[in-house]
Design a protein around this ligand. Structure first.
Ligand code: CDP
Length: 242
């Protein structure tokens, strides 16, 4: 039986986590879970419904009306994010969501809600999940933890190019400001801040092509999967319960 593991990929904004996570999931036939997309979908709901998110009661009420899922998109070969039955994949990547998401992701009730979604989506092994707290909080038991980084100019340029391809009306300076601000908020929040797990392997992909980063990470994954220290139970559900 082919052993299946959990791969946790954490790191700063726009340093290629989701690209690598998608590549690994496709190659290994694993499920990819983009945890940032869930935070983005919650942010979209809060903005659309003018939720006064500084008020705890309002946040808890609003969260009861949110359902986020990932559904396969046959055209792209990737999974799209759906919020309450509507495809919001394109919308959640826009700059107004990026400008608010880290503030909303710092709210403890929101983090508890998203963690629950993450666990519901990953009841069995064979998961690649990317985010900020996956190796430290969500799956501290992940068999492979990667921490991605790249230099700031490279990250800004990559995200700017990505947004321009999607015809977003945004300047290079706005993208830089947003990435710097999110890095700050994500590393300074009280609950599950962005940290490198002690047992994570760092990948600086500033000078790596997509193929090179995949080769490197795949090699690590194959070694972990082949390790006799990794045992597989017949029905390998996660030990940590909701
Ligand atoms: O793709 P990008 O680097 O722009 O970010 P993302 O993965 O879409 O995540 C958007 C935001 O959600 C991050 O800036 C964090 O504030 C938040 N997030 C988080 O707090 N914890 C996670 N596990 C994933 C995302």
């Amino acid at each position: 039986m082919n052993k299946r593991i959990i791969i946790a990929i954490d790191g700063y904004s726009a340093c290629g986590k989701s690209t690598l996570a998608q590549q690994l999931a496709k190659y290994l036939h694993y499920i990819y879970i983009d945890s940032g997309a869930i935070y983005r979908a919650v942010t979209l709901y809060f903005l659309q419904n003018a939720v006064s998110y500084h008020t705890i009661g309002a946040v808890s009420d609003a969260l009861q009306h949110i359902s986020v899922e990932f559904r396969a998109n046959e055209n792209t070969g990737n999974a799209d994010t759906w919020l309450n039955g509507k495809n919001v994949e394109k919308r959640i990547r826009e700059i107004d969501i990026a400008e608010k998401v880290s503030e909303i992701a710092a709210i403890p009730e929101v983090r508890v809600f998203v963690e629950k979604c993450q666990r519901n989506m990953s009841r069995h092994k064979g998961i690649v999940m990317d985010g900020r707290d996956i190796g430290t909080v969500v799956f501290p038991q992940a068999e492979l933890k990667l921490f991605m980084t790249a230099d700031m100019d490279t990250r800004v340029q990559r995200r700017y190019t990505e947004m321009k391809l999607k015809k977003e009306n945004v300047s290079l300076e706005e993208v830089r400001r947003n990435i710097e601000e999110r890095d700050y908020l994500d590393t300074h929040r009280t609950m599950s801040p962005l940290r490198q797990a002690a047992d994570a392997i760092v990948i600086d992909n500033t000078h790596l092509t997509k193929e090179e980063q995949l080769d490197y990470a795949l090699d690590l994954a194959k070694k972990v999967i082949a390790s006799p220290l990794i045992r597989q139970m017949p029905d390998d559900t996660h030990s940590k319960k909701d």
